[in-house]
Ligand binder design. Structure first.
Ligand code: DX5
Ligand code: ZN
Length: 220
């Protein structure tokens, strides 16, 4: 089993030191940086827009993974790709036009992700698999960092791993929310290829050391 990729989420970073914090996790071996975009409508919290994605893009050569928690993502996807996202994930619950939203990301020139909330049926991911570079299993209700990991995400990852193999696609599976040294091993064993970690990395006094601890816990 190859190593898990950890995607530190800048939602938990000190935004006054954003470039420095992103550089620290990149130096510690992070390959992805996760940017949580929240609109105060789809989720009850407001975070970043394209300008923060552009700031992250300028500060790193990591793969920039943008998680849109916004209504009608089909309208906004291209702005985030233009800002420098390598991949944009949209939520299946955020639009009746999921296919259009995925196509908008692809047409704008980025890789395509689709995220589902903790109780959204996995059938939407199953049906979309051949359109997706990334399938995102939420292990918390989206909107806030620092929440408790919902263990139902593990069975959902296992199911998706089976469905992926039946479909014969190479879509990566990402788990987002509540990842810590206590949960990352189970998430990895259940099939997560990429784990988002916000508070476990940027909430620690030494983000680089925290990243290394997560990597060891995933491998244990
Ligand atoms: C939650 C976000 C997550 C969040 C994770 O809505 O999608 O990416 O930053 O934060 P932690 O790792 O603290 O649960
Ligand atoms: Zn996220």
């Amino acid at each position: 089993m190859s190593g898990i990729r950890i995607a530190p989420s800048v939602l938990a970073a000190d935004l006054g030191r954003l470039a420095e914090q992103v550089a620290a996790v990149e130096a510690a071996g992070a390959e992805w940086i996760h940017v949580d975009v929240m609109d105060g409508h789809f989720v009850p919290n407001l975070s970043f827009g394209p300008s923060v994605v552009a700031a992250v893009r300028r500060s790193t050569s990591c793969f920039v993974d943008v998680h849109l928690m916004i209504d009608a993502p089909e309208r906004w996807a291209s702005a985030y790709v233009d800002a420098g996202a390598d991949l944009v994930s949209v939520h299946a619950e955020a639009t009746p036009h999921v296919h259009r939203a995925l196509a908008a990301v692809r047409e704008a020139g980025a890789q395509v992700g689709l995220a589902v909330n903790p109780l959204t049926p996995l059938t939407v991911l199953e049906d979309a698999f051949d359109e997706l570079d990334l399938a995102v299993v939420m292990a918390v209700d989206p909107g806030f960092g620092g929440q408790h990991f919902l263990s139902r995400a593990l069975a959902r990852l296992e199911r998706l791993r089976e469905l992926r193999s039946v479909r014969g696609v190479d879509t990566l599976l990402q788990v987002d929310g509540g990842i810590s040294v206590k949960t990352i091993g189970d998430a990895r064993r259940s099939g997560a290829d990429v784990a988002v970690a916000g508070s476990a990395v940027f909430g620690a006094s030494d983000a680089a050391a925290a990243l290394e601890e997560l990597r060891s816990a995933a491998a244990a």
